[in-house]
Every structure is written in structure tokens, then in C-alpha cells.
Design a protein around this ligand. Sequence first.
Ligand SMILES: [Zn+2]
Length: 130
Amino acid sequence: MSKIPSLHPVLQGWLLNGPLAAYVPAYLERLERGRYALSTSRRCLNAVAHFAHWMSLSRLPMARIDESRVDQFLQEHLPHCGCRGPVMRHPREAHAALMPLLATPELLQVVSRRFEHFVDPYETEEDDDG
Ligand SMILES: [Zn+2]
């Protein structure tokens, strides 16, 4: 298990017990490969933890995460954020931190599976929403 550069306990909880927990190891690996400064890694993880917390608050499942959700977080949540804890609220930094998250292979699998669902010619079941 990868280690998390000393992060505030509240943020670690959001990260490790939140909806993004499964993607944290891949994200950490990415940070390690990128050889970011420790302070940079911490700010990235802060943003990802904050995003995970917002996902929980918004009841957003992983399958619905894409760039438009990130934009929503940056433009609608950050300016009005009232989250407890030392959260990072700079939209630009948060954006830079969250984009690699969308590019982790594990998450891409989730997203591509979702799109496959729409184009699968053998799909016979239909969702009746009401
Ligand atoms: Zn917040």
C-alpha cells in the first residue's frame, strides 16, 4: 500500500474512506512517477480528498465522474465551500490536481465501460425510468 504524504487526518479520511479510495493508490503512483515536490503532492491530494468529500455530499457515484463534474466542483462548490478542514480552494490548482485523476487507468476503465453501455449493439435490456 502506498503511503500518503503527511495529510491532515480529516482529509485522509475523505481520501481513504470516500468514493475515490479505490483510485488513491493509482493516483499516488502517478504522483510518484511525476516526481513532484512533496508540497505539490500534498496539495494535489488535498484537492482530490476535497473532491471525494464533495462527491459524498452530492451522492455522486464514481461512474458519473467526468470533466463536467470536475468543472461543477470547481465553479459551483469551491466559491461557496464551507467544508471543515484545511481544504485547498484554488480552482486552478484543484483543476491541475484532478485532471490526472481522470486519467488514471482504473478510472478510465469505469468511464469507458459507461460509454460502451451506450454503443453496445448487442445490448438488449432497456432502462425504463418511469
Ligand atoms: Zn468544500
